[in-house]
Design a protein around this ligand. Structure first.
Ligand SMILES: Cc1cc2nc3c(=O)[nH]c(=O)nc-3n(C[C@H](O)[C@H](O)[C@H](O)COP(=O)(O)O)c2cc1C
Length: 321
């Protein structure tokens, strides 16, 4: 049963029950988690950035199709040299939604729509939201600096970003960054968004296949538990504080070259933490909201609690608090 109070045009656009999207997370967003989110009424997502060839991505998509009959999405980081084959594979497999990030959607939006999928694009500013809108995307994900993973040097917070993006474009806006419970969902809707995208909260779910050490590190993190690394390179990355993050910050303070830094910030570091559970040499991308995540739940519990809680908040607001 859908929810009348939080049913938005995003639900109609994507064919989902609740306006809740699992963010694409490299090495983390795979078929089992994606299917669990879609089966619970949200939109699950597979991160194409974890794959090095079309066959492996195709297998993962087929695995998700075996686990859910509901729509799910493929996240394609556009700066990835494999962006073309990632999109082609998703379209060949008749995936219903493609979310693009980290790059310009101008070259891809039309192709995706003509291929029969909806296209969402992730932006960190109202300026880039307008550009994505002009490129013809179906919806825009506005991601604030609170978010885990790659962030923008603009460093705009979600509270400031979401209403400005909502004012700047006509297509539905999805709020991302710093959302993990019913209050966050209700707040995002109040700010003009038509839904939310969450990464960090879905990492700490029973269906998430990430190494248990990674989940435990998020559960133990406080509100100041993350830090932005790689700011000196112009593309900050939000990670949990650990000795690797300290080392990167120290090297940045010393002003070492990009090549020297790369040894410590390459994608292999995220894989090390996510798959091997190495919390010393590995990098744990995580949002600031880690400080509020205190226990592992099922995906269904996370989504149901958010939906029911947001409905209560909206009812109270309608009654004048
Ligand atoms: C571990 C991790 C990996 C991520 N990887 C990607 C990615 O591959 N592509 C992408 O567009 N966003 C990526 N993100 C961002 C998420 O999709 C999502 O927008 C973000 O986590 C939302 O903020 P939150 O962490 O506060 O929920 C990642 C986030 C995390 C925590």
């Amino acid at each position: 049963m859908g929810s009348q109070l939080i049913h938005t045009r995003l639900c109609d656009l994507l064919g989902i029950e609740y306006p809740i999207i699992e963010g694409g997370m490299v090495w983390i967003s795979e078929a089992i988690l994606a299917a669990a989110v879609s089966n619970a009424g949200g939109l699950g997502q597979i991160a194409a950035g974890s794959f090095f060839n079309a066959d492996d991505l195709r297998k993962e998509i087929r695995k998700a199709k075996d686990l859910t009959g509901k729509p799910f999405s493929i996240n394609v980081p556009l700066l990835n040299p494999g962006a073309d084959w990632m999109i082609e594979t998703a379209l060949e497999e008749k995936v219903k939604v493609i979310t693009t990030s980290a790059g310009s959607p101008a070259r891809f939006a039309r192709k995706i729509k003509e291929g029969g999928a909806r296209v969402l694009h992730v932006v960190p500013s109202a300026r880039l939201a307008r550009k994505a809108d002009a490129a013809g995307v179906d919806a825009i994900v506005a991601e604030g600096i609170e978010a885990g993973g790659h962030d923008s040097p603009d460093e705009i917070t979600s509270l400031v970003l979401i209403p400005q993006v909502a004012d700047a474009v006509k297509v539905p806006v999805v709020a991302a960054g710093g959302i993990a419970d019913a209050r966050g969902l209700a707040a995002a809707l109040a700010l003009g968004a038509s839904g939310v995208q969450m990464g960090t909260r879905f990492v700490v779910t029973r269906e998430c296949q990430v190494h248990p050490n990674f989940k435990r590190a998020i559960i133990e993190a406080q509100d100041n538990g993350t830090v932005l690394t790689a700011r000196s390179l112009g593309h900050p990355v939000r990670v949990l504080k650990n000795s690797l993050a300290e080392k990167i910050l120290e090297l940045e303070r010393k002003g070492v070259s990009e090549a020297e830094l790369f040894e410590f910030i390459g994608p292999g570091r995220t894989r090390k933490a996510a798959l091997e559970g190495d919390l010393v040499e590995g990098s744990m991308m995580s949002g600031q909201i880690a400080g509020m995540i205190r226990d592992e739940k099922s995906v269904k519990e996370v989504i149901q609690e958010m939906v029911r809680g947001a409905e209560e908040i909206i009812k109270k607001l309608n009654q004048g608090n």
